[in-house]
Ligand binder design. Sequence first.
Ligand code: FE
Length: 206
Amino acid sequence: MPHDHADDAPPHSLLPPDPELRVKALETLLTRKGLIDPAALDEIIETYAHKVGPRNGAAVVARAWIDPDFRKRLLKDATAAVAEMGFTGRQGEHVVAVENTPEQHNMVVCTLCSCYPWPLLGIPPGWYKSDAYRARAVREPRKVLADFGLTLPEGQRVRVWDSTAEVRYLVLPMRPVGTEGLDESALAALVSRDAMIGTALAEAPT
Ligand code: FE
């Protein structure tokens, strides 16, 4: 017998039912056969998670900072406003932008799973999907922010937005001081993924 599994079982039934395990099993198989390089695969995931994805959201934030009409459209109907910039697609159908102000800081979580505005931010980070973040973001948001190294002024309210399959949120951070002379792309470079989830602020220019 050339096969070590039952004759009548199709090969894919040997893979674990959980999608993540299934992907892992496939990856292992393809790596063993020399068809893929796991380092290259990690590089691709890393690119989408940290570079391509969040750069879209950062472009939206920078546009909102320099164009008051765009900012108004973004806050009124973010799905339509980001579509103007070409950012559409799965998990981006109903985007709501929430603006940070000196009075209110916004922070996004999905308490149920990991809903996230993919076309704007790419793939959610591991911590966003963790049980700890999902539970604690609602219960003790300030402590969670402190874990991220972010301490807000006492007087600034923290509002936590719970994403769903219907609504995904994008935090519009406050424009840092000292950025008056910067153009749109220089401004976008100050906007990190975490700033658009609300676990960080936009960076000050160096
Ligand atoms: Fe979810």
